[in-house]
Design a protein around this ligand. Structure first.
Ligand code: A3P
Length: 330
């Protein structure tokens, strides 16, 4: 443990409900969410007690496997475009995995060090999987991305089987049905997924200028439009001159799945956190769940999610614009 405070939390943690069936990490139920023990013991104390927010920080938030890597690449390329034009041959995203360009806050990776976050130039782009209700106070703008839970579930199951070895856990025998049952019970990393989404949705309705709520499927449909909205929200809108030069399009192109997949650092080796870099890039489409789950399994997930969302005002099938009050031109 890093500090006496962390030690204190670790002993408290032993009293919390435990879930060990979803590899690779033991999960504890805290404040309504199932969090990895190391998030509770290290990440959360670091984020809440020692993180010094800056007014121009941008925090990218997501439930795992909802498009975090893509969001990191897009936000990083947008925020740093003056120093690193998207066309530059030595652009950081052509040399490094997006997870090594945008650090996580609050998940307890080795990288999650206060000193490294402190050293980042402003405006900082950081990311988190923490639920909205557990975010550090005093943070600045938050960009959240959500995704169809069935695709999240399948993407997460495949990722888990691929990367669990990096922490010494064999997840080969972990079946999709087991993953689905745990997902539907909310007993997966940072779950319940619908509660994670609903909290950010609610926050985006309450304070549109503070939380931008995006949908992965909408980003796939209109990546340039989504990027413009995001840049505006981040306080670095594309100027008419940049639009003329096609900068937004160039960033979308740089961050496309096909382009990122070809980067050597994303094909071979591992991220600084020790995870196989290629595991973050798979199909990147909407609806791939149906290649792995039966319609009956899909229905079970939909029903569990709809049930969990009752009364929240949010629906995954609702097509109303995500942030009706956020108006970039205002
Ligand atoms: P699939 O497993 O469905 O293909 P996260 O980044 O939150 O871990 O989510 C991973 C999912 O995002 C994976 O989905 C992955 O393929 C997809 N993804 C990664 N990079 C992407 C990109 N540049 N564009 C679109 N999707 C991307």
């Amino acid at each position: 443990m890093d500090s006496p405070h962390d030690d204190g939390f670790a002993s408290e943690m032993a009293e919390l409900p435990l879930e060990t069936r979803y590899p690779p990490f033991a999960l504890r139920q805290y404040a309504g969410f199932w969090l990895p023990e190391r998030t509770l013991a290290r990440g959360l104390p670091a984020a809440r007690d020692r993180f010094a927010p800056r007014p121009d920080d941008v925090l990218l938030a997501s439930f795992p496997k909802s498009g975090t890597t893509w969001l990191k690449a897009l936000a990083f390329a947008t925020a740093r475009r003056a120093a690193h034009p998207p066309s530059a041959h030595d652009h950081p995203l052509r040399q490094r995995n997006p997870h090594d360009c945008v650090p996580f806050l609050g998940i307890g990776f080795a990288l999650d060090k206060d000193v490294e976050l402190e050293a980042l130039p402003s405006p900082r782009v950081l990311a988190t999987h923490l639920p909205f209700s557990l975010l550090p106070t005093g943070r600045s703008r938050v960009v959240y991305v959500c995704r169809d839970p069935k695709d999240v579930l399948v993407s997460c199951w495949l990722f888990t089987r691929k990367v669990s070895e990096s922490v010494g856990v064999d997840a080969e025998s972990f079946s999709l049905r087991e993953a689905m049952e745990l997902f539907c019970a909310g007993r997966c990393m940072y779950g319940p997924q619908w509660l994670h989404v609903a909290e950010y949705w609610e926050a985006s309705r309450r304070a549109a200028g503070e939380v931008l709520f995006l949908r992965y499927e909408e980003m796939l449909r209109d990546p340039v439009g989504s990027l413009r909205t995001m840049a505006e929200f981040m306080g670095c809108a594309f100027s008419p001159e940049e639009e003329e030069r096609g900068v937004a399009r160039a960033i979308v192109e740089l961050c496309s799945l096909d382009k990122l997949k070809k980067v050597e650092a994303n094909r071979k080796g591992r991220t600084a956190a020790g995870i196989k870099a290629d595991a973050y890039f798979r199909k990147g489409v909407a609806g791939d769940w149906s290649s792995h789950m039966t319609p009956e399994m899909g229905k079970m997930v939909d029903e569990a999610v709809e049930d969990g969302l009752q009364g929240s005002g949010f629906s995954f099938t609702d097509s109303t614009p995500a942030n009706p009050e956020f108006c970039p031109d205002a």
